[in-house]
Structures are given as structure tokens and as C-alpha cells.
Design a protein around this ligand. Structure first.
Ligand code: XUL
Ligand code: CO
Length: 435
């Protein structure tokens, strides 16, 4: 096969002064930041769907990209797999992610679809022997085919639930065999369009059982990776049951899975939910369910999912500050769930987009490290809560004191708290000084 990209040498680090768009300016995989290699901090992944499957359509126009593998058959799927690994190797990034339907066409039966997926899985296994790129996560598309228009796990038809479960089993088994480090569930249609035709309690019961089936299967096959749910508030469903991190936590508690499943937080989904990305990260950290990130950028005006490549380093720095402060990634990483704009037609645009995204992540990592190493921000927060270290405060927190006991103490000691400044503007100047 002739190469798809004109670029044949792996993308090199050339430093900040370089005007070469096909070189990293900041991302140096081996550079040590806070005792760890950049690559190991960021654990970046290339996604299959936006790069190799999305044809460039929008609601008003069709395909803009012309790719030789857009043939909807197994020959195209094989070519696509080869080009994908060509790109992974050029970028030198450590991970990739895929949906089952990204990698192989749907057959006329599930058995045929599964065989198609497995055949491409064999190509992946072979290519991974010669490539440094590993699998961050696999997933199943339970939202594209019309059978899923009313949901997969939450479909009113139990046969759709069964079909989805069978599809997930195949995708999980393949993810496990390829050494995937996580398995993701994004429930694009696990929600509803109108309550006029929806039994919400029934659908939540179905969703809880489906998640338990996935976790049971994970243990059965000995998959050591993390099961992740990716929250999103709307689109394609009008109302989704996995709206944001806090809503996912309630779903997990309802299903008894809060210690088994974590979240894959996407920047754009946080924005669509009316949150900041760092709010979602910190919520997950506080609830003990932080897993992984889909790194991208969303248009702040549009109201839909724009999946742009990140290019705002200070924003990324603040998010990574919260991730590093919480201990960093374990099995998770930064998956570029981002796509080119539909006018960016050239093969090299795929490379340039990832290089720019990686440099933004690397710059953000350096910023996050600066915030942590300076210590002003974490120190300020620690100080703000210092009163809780005293034994009387601890007794209020650990349940040793009742409302009566606390009220009696306030009276006996004449407690009359003096408010202290939150110093937001000062802290914002610290951010501006360091980033
Ligand atoms: C959709 C989305 C998905 C998930 C995987 O908005 O983010 O691509 O990341 O299904
Ligand atoms: Co995503």
C-alpha cells in the first residue's frame, strides 16, 4: 500500500521557535515534569471515528473529505486500519480508541458484524506488535443504527436490549484481547425525546441492569481495565440519563456500582451541561470516580457538540492542575475526541491538528506543574479549611456530636465566627502570573 501521508518521518520535537507545522514545539515525550515523563502524564490517544470515519458532513451538506477507504466494505476497513497505524506511528502517540462500527462495516447479522470487527481486530493486533501505540479504550456504537433510535439499554423493546448486550460483549472481548486499558460506555441514546411515550423508572432499571451485566462480564473474562461511562447532557437524545458527572454518580449508586465504574469526562460535554471541564473533573475526584478524559474544545455559543481540537493552553492547564492534584491518570488518559473542520481537506491537516493539540496539552501540563510547584493555590485552599483539623471540628464531622451537642457548644463557648475574604481576585492574579 502506498503511504497515505506525504510525511514519512515520525513527527519530531523542534522546540518553540520552529515554524514547521509538522513538528512538535512543546510536546517532548521524554521531558520530565514533576518527576514523570510528559508522555506518561498525558497518555494521549488518537480516536478512530473522527479521523478515519467522519466524512465531513453537517446538517446542510454532505461529505467533504475524500478518502480511499470510504467504500463501506471490508477492503476499505482493512485500508483504513493500515492508514490509522500509519498516522499513529507518525504522531508517535501512545494510544488509540475505537468503536466497533468505526473499524468494520455492519453485516446483515450480528454474527457477521462481529466477524468483521474481529477480522480488523486481528490487523490491529499484528500492527501493534510493530508500533508503540496501545489501546486506551474500546467501545460499541449503540447509537448509530436505526434499531437504537429509542435507546439501547433503555429501549422499550427487550430484543434491542439483548442485541446491544451481545454487541457490547464482542467489543469488550476484543478490547480485552488487545490489551485495552479501559472500556467506555457512551449512551448517546440512553435518554428520551418526550415523556409522552416514556416510562423513566423502567428505563433506569434497564440501564442499571445493563451496567451490571457489563461489570459482571468484566470480572468473568478477567479484564483488568476500568469501565467508564461518558456523561453528556443532550444530543442525540433530548434528555440523557447520564447528563453529567453528578448524574452518572447517582445512576451508579442506584445500580450499586459506584466502586466499579468511573467516568470519562469530555470537555465539550461539560460545556454543554453548563459546567466547566474542571468542575466535572473536581466533581469526579471528590466522588472517587475520575477515570479518563475526552480532550477537545467546544464552541461556547453553538449549543451543540463541536468536537474541536484543544488550542487554549491556560484552560487546559487549569484542568490538568485538578487532575494532577487528584493524583493524575491511572488507566485513563487524554483521548482526542476532536475532528477537523469540514474544509480541512488535506491528509496533513489530520497531523497538524494532533500536533497542535499535543502542544496545547504539553503547554497545559507545564502550566499545571507551575501552579502546583508554586504552591500558592493549593496552599491557600488548605489554609482555608485549616479549622477543620481541630478536634472539635473533627468531632462534628465524624458523627461524634449531635445537633444538640453542637448547639450547646456554640452557646457555652460564645462562638461568633468572623468572615474571611475568599480572595478570588488575588488568586486570579496568581494564575495570570504563573500561566
Ligand atoms: C459523542 C462522543 C463519543 C464517545 C464515544 O459525543 O463523545 O464519541 O466519546 O462513544
Ligand atoms: Co467523547
Amino acid at each position: 500500500m502506498p503511504p497515505f501521508f506525504a510525511q514519512t518521518d515520525p513527527i519530531a520535537f523542534e522546540g518553540k521557535g520552529s515554524a514547521n507545522p509538522l513538528a512538535y514545539q512543546v510536546y517532548e515525550p521524554d521531558r520530565i515534569v514533576m518527576g514523570k515523563r510528559m508522555e506518561d502524564h498525558l497518555r494521549a490517544a488518537v480516536c478512530y471515528w473522527h479521523n478515519f470515519c467522519w466524512p465531513g458532513l453537517d446538517p446542510f451538506g454532505g461529505q467533504t473529505f475524500e478518502r480511499p477507504w470510504f467504500t463501506d466494505d471490508m477492503a476499505g476497513a482493512r485500508l483504513k486500519a493500515d492508514v490509522a497505524f500509519e498516522m499513529f506511528d507518525l504522531l508517535g502517540l501512545p494510544y488509540f480508541c475505537f468503536h466497533d462500527r468505526d473499524i468494520a462495516p455492519e453485516g446483515t447479522t450480528l454474527a457477521e458484524s462481529n466477524r468483521n470487527v474481529r477480522e480488523i481486530g486481528e490487523i490491529f493486533a499484528r500492527r501493534m506488535e510493530a508500533s508503540k501505540t496501545r489501546l486506551l479504550w474500546g467501545t460499541a456504537s449503540l447509537f448509530s443504527h436505526r434499531r437504537y433510535m429509542a435507546g439501547a439499554a433503555t429501549n422499550p423493546d427487550p430484543d434491542v436490549f439483548a442485541y446491544a448486550a451481545a454487541q457490547v460483549k464482542n467489543a469488550m472481548d476484543l478490547t480485552h484481547e488487545l490489551g485495552g486499558e479501559n472500556y467506555v460506555l457512551w449512551g448517546g441514546r440512553e435518554g428520551y425525546e418526550t415523556l409522552l411515550n416514556t416510562n423513566m423508572q423502567q428505563e433506569l432499571d434497564q440501564m442499571g441492569r445493563f451496567l451490571n451485566l457489563v461489570v459482571e462480564h468484566k470480572h468473568k473474562i478477567g479484564f483488568k481495565g476500568t469501565i467508564l461511562i461518558e456523561p453528556k447532557p443532550q444530543e442525540p437524545s433530548k434528555h440523557q440519563y447520564d447528563f453529567d458527572v453528578a448524574t452518572v454518580y447517582s445512576l451508579l449508586c442506584r445500580a450499586g456500582l459506584q466502586d466499579e465504574v468511573k467516568v470519562n469526562i469530555e470537555v465539550g460535554h461539560a460545556v454543554l451541561a453548563g459546567h466547566s471541564f474542571e468542575h466535572e473533573i473536581e466533581t469526579a475526584m471528590a466522588l472517587g470516580i475520575f477515570g479518563s478524559c475526552d480532550i477537545n474544545r467546544n464552541d461556547y455559543q453553538s449549543g451543540w457538540d463541536t468536537d474541536q481540537f484543544p488550542n487554549n493552553a491556560p484552560e487546559v492547564a487549569i484542568a490538568l492542575y485538578h487532575i494532577l492534584k487528584g493524583g493524575g491518570f491511572t488507566t485513563g488518559g487524554c483521548n482526542f475526541d476532536a475532528k477537523l473542520r469540514r474544509q480541512s481537506l488535506d491528509p496533513e491537516d489530520l497531523l497538524i491538528a494532533h500536533i497542535g493539540g499535543m502542544d496545547t496539552l504539553a503547554e497545559g501540563l507545564l502550566g499545571a506543574a507551575a501552579l502546583l510547584e508554586d504552591g500558592t493555590l493549593p496552599g491557600f485552599v488548605e489554609d482555608r479549611y485549616a479549622g477543620w483539623r481541630f478536634p472539635t471540628a473533627q468531632r462534628m464531622l465524624n458523627g461524634e456530636m449531635s445537633l444538640d451537642d453542637i448547639a450547646a457548644r456554640v452557646e457555652a463557648e460564645g462562638i461568633n465566627p468572623a468572615p474571611r475574604s475568599g480572595k478570588q481576585e488575588y488568586l486570579e492574579t496568581v494564575i495570570n502570573r504563573l500561566l
